[in-house]
Design a protein around this ligand. Structure first.
Ligand SMILES: [Zn+2]
Length: 352
C-alpha cells in the first residue's frame, strides 16, 4: 500500500514535469529486516543480530557460515571457534571458567545440561531419557554425564541421543554416549553421511549409524513421551527440528525446538536459501499446529537458555509463568525472524 502510494506520487511528480524523487521506496531488503526486527522485539535480539545484520556482529564482519568462526563474539570461549569444524581434531579443553554451567531442571521432565554457550537437553520419560543435542567433546563428562548425576538422573537410562545437526558444537558427545550407555543416535540422513566420513581421530570419535531421519520426518516414542521430528534442511542438509510435550507442574506444555540457525555460507545459491526458508515455515506450522508455547534452541544466544534455566527453579510470583513459556505468538515471532532475515540476506547476497 505504502509503496503504491509512493509510486503514484512519483508518477504524478513526473507528469507534472518534476523529476525530483522526494523519497525512494523502501528496498525489499529493508522491508524484510523491518519485519524481522519487529518480530524479534527484545525477546530474540541475538537471533535478529546474527541473522539479519551483515556480519552478525562477528569479528571481521564476514558471513558467519557453518564452518566459519561462528560463536566468535559474546563471551564464547576462545578455543570454541577453532574447534567448531565438523572434523576438527580434538581441541584442548578451553578454560572452564569461561563456559561451565551447573545443570538445571527446567520443567517437571526436562533438564538443561548446557555450557553457558551451547545447550543439551534431557527429556525424562517413563521408559528412560532422550537426550537432545550434545556439545563439544570436552563437555560430555562435566556437563552431560556429571550433570545428569547431579540432577538425580542416571546416564545409564539414556536411550536416544537426537542430534539436530552434525556440527561439532552439538554432536561431539554422541559417540561416547552411544558407546558407554548404548543410547541410539538419531540424525538426518545427509548429516549421517557427512559424520561417517570423519576420521576416527575426530574430536569425540565417530558414532555408528543407528537411526536415520529422511525428508518425511519421524516420530520417536519412549514410554509416555513422543517427539515429532521435522526435517528442516538448511543450516545443514540434514538439520532436524522437533515438537514435543513437557510437563510444567503437571500441565502439558508443547515445545518447538529450532535445530539450526545460521545462514552465512549460502552465498549466491538460491536453492539453499529457499530450502532454509521453506524449512522455517514448515517447523513454524508444526509448532502452531501443536500449540507450542515454548521455543528452545541449542545456542543460549537464541533462546536465552542459560539465563532462563537458572530462573526456572526460583519461587514464582502469583501470575508468573515458567520463564521458558513465552506463548504461541512469541514462538511464531521467533520463526518470523528466521524467515525474514533469510529473505533479506538472500536478496543481499544476490542469490536469484
Ligand atoms: Zn551448526
Amino acid at each position: 500500500m505504502k509503496r503504491t502510494r509512493i509510486l503514484e506520487g512519483t508518477l504524478s511528480a513526473l507528469l507534472l514535469g518534476s523529476v525530483t524523487l522526494a523519497q525512494a521506496p523502501p528496498s525489499e531488503v529493508d522491508a524484510h529486516i523491518a519485519t524481522a526486527k519487529a518480530a524479534a522485539g527484545l525477546d530474540y535480539r541475538g537471533t535478529f543480530v546474527n541473522l539479519c545484520l551483515p556480519g552478525g556482529g562477528a569479528p571481521g564482519g564476514g558471513p558467519r557460515g557453518a564452518g566459519g568462526a561462528v560463536g566468535g563474539g559474546r563471551g564464547t570461549p576462545a578455543a570454541v571457534p577453532a574447534a567448531r569444524g565438523a572434523a576438527a581434531a580434538a581441541p584442548a579443553t578451553p578454560d572452564r571458567a569461561g563456559w561451565y554451567a551447573s545443570p538445571y531442571k527446567v520443567f517437571d521432565n526436562l533438564y538443561w545440561l548446557g555450557t553457558r554457550q551451547h545447550s543439551s537437553w534431557a527429556l525424562r520419560t517413563s521408559a528412560g531419557i532422550i537426550l537432545i543435542d550434545t556439545n563439544f567433546a570436552w563437555a560430555t563428562q562435566p556437563e552431560i554425564i556429571d550433570g545428569l548425576g547431579k540432577l538425580g538422573l542416571n546416564p545409564s537410562d539414556l536411550k536416544y541421543v537426537i542430534i539436530s545437526h552434525a556440527h561439532g558444537d552439538h554432536d561431539q558427545g554422541a559417540a561416547e554416549l552411544q558407546t558407554k550407555y548404548g543410547a541410539k543416535v538419531v540424525m538426518g540422513a545427509a548429516d549421517w553421511d557427512s559424520t561417517l566420513q570423519r576420521p576416527a581421530t575426530a574430536a569425540g570419535g565417530v558414532p555408528k549409524r543407528d537411526i536415520t531421519v529422511g525428508p518425511e520426518g519421524s516420530k520417536i516414542t519412549l514410554g509416555d513421551t513422543t517427539i515429532t521430528i521435522v526435517h528442516t534442511p538448511g543450516h545443514t542438509p540434514g538439520t532436524l527440528s522437533y515438537v514435543f510435550p513437557v510437563k510444567d507442574a503437571g500441565r502439558t506444555v508443547m515445545v518447538a525446538y529450532s535445530g539450526g540457525t545460521l545462514t552465512g555460507a549460502f552465498g549466491t545459491d538460491a536453492s539453499r536459501w529457499d530450502e532454509y526458508i521453506a524449512s522455517q515455515k514448515k517447523i513454524a506450522k508444526a509448532a502452531a499446529d501443536a500449540g507450542a508455547s515454548v521455543i528452545l534452541s541449542n545456542h543460549s544466544e537464541y533462546d536465552n537458555a542459560y539465563t532462563k534455566a537458572r530462573l526456572a527453579g526460583l519461587k514464582r510470583e502469583v501470575g508468573e509463568d515458567n520463564p521458558f513459556i513465552v506463548g504461541a505468538d512469541s514462538v511464531q515471532r521467533y520463526f518470523t525472524v528466521m524467515t525474514e532475515c533469510a529473505l533479506a540476506s538472500k536478496l543481499r547476497a544476490g542469490a536469484r
